[in-house]
Design a protein around this ligand. Structure first.
Ligand code: OSB
Ligand code: MG
Length: 369
């Protein structure tokens, strides 16, 4: 297959509430939306980059530049026999995986549409549904946090993740645990602690957490391997696992008990599936993270999260948990059992609301073959 045209859009889509972590606070999605044309087929994808390079090294501006100067021209020159050819074609460009993922996702959608099939990556899906929870940002105080968590539980979510940082870790986690003794609860530090904080992190042990996510540096695997035996809570890596090799290193070093898979962080769906399969073969579970995606990236995540080794609920809430209005016409709604239904339409299944997309577009760029 040969791609004729690639269009990129910078968007700003406001969140229903600001989202705050140990390292940043953002008011809305600063994603890059991708539109591709090949042989009369139109496909869509998303690079869910942020406003600032505070999660990983990328942001909307860097992805915009790398996509225009390198990745989009490279893709136009590549003859694609399958979507698996995209990641190797980008290998010369180091890092910049979210930028790469935006194109790779779109090529999967293109091939699926060309074959009038649902997105091929989900053909192996065991379930027609993916179990999901909510990632709750840092709040101004504990009473507010309890109100926010309570509202999500009223909405029907049955698993909650709390963002933590020094000064907002043990006390809020204890408060949520004491209020809801049976709630499936986990925490995410986004790389803010150091190995010396091990004894402090062990204070989370009594709260029966599903996992503690990425306590140490964004590019660390070694110190996490040292930390793991010092905690009773299962240890999860997010930021550190950016490729199948990184997953293999973490598995061999026993640096974690579980891996958070985000296809955008890993540079695409193909390598995400490889990590899923590798972890499964090693007897390690995975679960699906999120990057506050728009409705386009969200469909990709829901399909991937239905693969069998995703054993804990994903950070893939219904669209209205993020946006009052999303850029798709078919947002997900939460099923009564805290699941989202995997789309079965042609391609990834998102139906783009092009009028609203135009409204939230800040900049456009295109390249043709
Ligand atoms: O670390 O999991 C994270 C959002 C942006 C960047 C990093 C993370 C997150 C979340 C939100 O936790 C998950 C979601 O999309 O709901
Ligand atoms: Mg995380």
């Amino acid at each position: 297959m040969h791609i004729n045209r690639i269009e990129l859009r910078k968007v700003f889509l406001p969140y229903v509430a600001p989202f705050e972590t140990s390292g940043w606070r953002e008011q809305g999605s600063h994603a890059i939306i991708v539109r591709m044309e090949a042989e009369d087929i139109v496909a869509w994808g998303e690079s869910p980059v942020g406003e600032n390079p505070f999660y990983n090294e990328e942001n909307q501006k860097t992805a915009w530049t790398i996509l225009q100067d390198y990745l989009a021209p490279m893709l136009l020159k590549t003859e694609l026999a399958s979507p698996w050819d995209v990641t190797p074609a980008f290998a010369r460009v180091r890092g910049n995986r979210m930028a790469k993922a935006g194109l790779e996702f779109t090529v999967w959608d293109l091939f699926a549409r060309a074959h009038s099939a649902a997105w091929p990556a989900c053909s192996a899906a065991r379930e027609r549904r993916a179990e999901v929870g909510v990632s709750v940002g840092i709040q101004q105080d504990i009473p507010t946090l309890l109100k926010v968590v309570g509202a999500y539980l009223d909405d029907g979510y049955t698993r909650i993740k709390l963002k933590i940082k020094p000064g907002w870790d043990v006390a809020p986690t204890r408060a949520v645990r004491e209020t809801w003794p049976d709630l499936r609860l986990q925490v995410d530090a986004n790389s803010i602690y150091r190995l010396e904080d091990g004894p402090h992190l062990a204070e989370l042990d009594p709260f029966n957490l599903l996992l503690v996510e990425q306590p140490l540096a964004h590019d660390d695997i070694f110190d996490h391997a040292k930390l793991k035996p010092r905690l009773r809570s299962p240890l999860c890596l997010d930021e550190s696992i950016v490729s199948p090799d990184h997953a293999r290193w973490a598995i061999e070093l026993q640096a974690c008990d579980i891996i958070n898979i985000k296809p955008s962080r890993i540079g695409g769906l193909g390598d995400a599936v490889k990590i899923h399969d590798m972890a499964q073969a090693a007897g390690m579970a995975v679960w699906h993270g999120g990057m506050l995606e728009t409705g386009i990236g969200r469909t990709i995540n829901v399909a991937l999260a239905s693969l069998p080794n995703f054993t804990l609920p994903g950070d893939i809430s219904a669209n209205d948990r993020y946006f009052k209005r999303d850029i798709v016409q078919n947002p997900f709604t939460l099923n009564a059992d805290s699941t989202l239904t995997v789309p079965t339409g042609i391609g990834h299944g998102a139906i783009v609301d092009e009028d609203y997309l135009d409204e939230v577009t800040l900049d456009r760029w295109e390249i043709s073959a």
